[in-house]
Design a binder for this molecule. Structure first.
Ligand code: PRP
Ligand code: URA
Ligand code: MG
Length: 216
């Protein structure tokens, strides 16, 4: 499922079902309850896809018919890290798949005038350097916020190849900028948009994800 010419971008299969979900959440007339419901469905798909990249080891179990089944089990510890506020919307989807997963938070806000990100605080699991990290933020526009958050993770000792950035919509320029900084981080996304408007919002995008999920 690789997307040329982007290295380390895993685009969800562009099925009619996925396109239908994006059609609902991009529609400016969609109500907040519907926005939440359908965004959550996409988030679940992103989490399930992200889990595919974790290492596994062969595992044999005996079934109720006394036969062996040759399967596998996950190796390694994981955690989620959400970029507050919009990234918090993705925490439940991760919890639904990974019971009692540890979740850290990085509060970064984009300046509404300049679109420059500002870091306010970070609270991360103390052993994060030993974990695979699902970095959660639905929007990757200029890439500034994701770059700042990933910098925090790397300074805390997380290996770039152990970071999986789960994202609903990204821009080509955001991905280019992000991967120029972190070529070994994998981005798992459901949509790559055309570009950015004069306010540095994704085009066609969906507007302000955090406002639509939490406020409007
Ligand atoms: C949004 C979004 C990303 C960032 C993307 O957050 O959730 O974090 O902007 O833009 P960028 O790629 O240009 O940095 P925002 O700062 O608006 O905060 P919010 O989560 O409170 O909406
Ligand atoms: N943040 C959003 O919520 N949407 C965008 O299009 C860009 C940044
Ligand atoms: Mg916002």
């Amino acid at each position: 499922m690789s997307t040329e010419p982007f290295r380390n971008v895993r685009l969800l299969p562009q099925t009619n079902q996925l396109l239908g979900l994006y059609t609902i959440i991009r529609d400016k007339n969609t109500t907040r309850p519907n926005f939440i419901f359908y965004a959550d469905r996409i988030i679940r798909l992103l989490v399930e896809e992200g889990l595919n990249y974790l290492p596994v080891e062969p595992t044999v179990v005996e079934t109720d018919t006394n036969e062996n089944f040759e399967g596998c089990s996950f190796l390694g510890k994981i955690c989620g890290v959400s970029i507050v506020r919009a990234g918090e919307s993705m925490e439940q989807g991760l919890r639904d798949c990974c019971r009692s997963v540890r979740i850290g938070k990085i509060l970064i806000q984009r300046d509404e005038e300049t679109a420059q990100p500002k870091l306010f605080f970070e609270k991360l699991p103390s052993d994060i350097a030993n974990r695979y990290v699902f970095l959660l933020d639905p929007m990757l526009a200029t890439g500034g916020s994701a770059i700042m958050a990933t910098d925090v993770l790397i300074k805390r000792g997380v290996k770039p190849e152990r970071i999986f950035f789960l994202n609903l919509i990204c821009s080509k320029e955001g991905v280019d900028r992000y991967h120029a900084a972190f070529p070994d981080v994998t981005i798992v996304t459901g949509a790559i948009d055309q570009g950015l408007d004069e306010n540095r919002y994704l085009r066609p995008g969906l507007g302000d994800f955090g406002d639509r999920y939490y406020c409007l």
